[in-house]
Design a protein around this ligand. Structure first.
Ligand code: SF4
Ligand code: SF4
Length: 71
């Protein structure tokens, strides 16, 4: 299964990744990191196609993507 690792402390809650994800699996968590931003979460990693759009769009290098889950 692909893995979408999100460094929640780096997220600024801009929402660009939410808009750009073709699978609509990124959404605001409704929780806040220590900087006070509503950070993004992945609601279904199994649907990720590792297109990297989120990582390319994100201005703050929040995403690390894996094609297969780390063992
Ligand atoms: S790699 Fe693509 S499909 Fe996966 S979470 Fe990012 S934008 Fe969505
Ligand atoms: S693009 Fe990056 S900083 Fe913006 S909401 Fe998504 S993860 Fe957070």
């Amino acid at each position: 299964m692909p893995k979408v690792e999100i460094n929640i402390e780096k997220c600024k809650g801009c929402g660009l990744c939410v808009q750009v994800c073709p699978k609509h699996i990124l959404e605001f968590s409704g929780r806040f990191n220590s900087s006070g931003y509503d950070y993004v979460q992945c609601i279904d990693e199994s649907k990720c196609i590792v297109c990297k759009s989120c990582a390319l769009m994100c201005p703050d290098i929040v995403f690390t993507l894996y094609k297969e889950e780390k063992k």
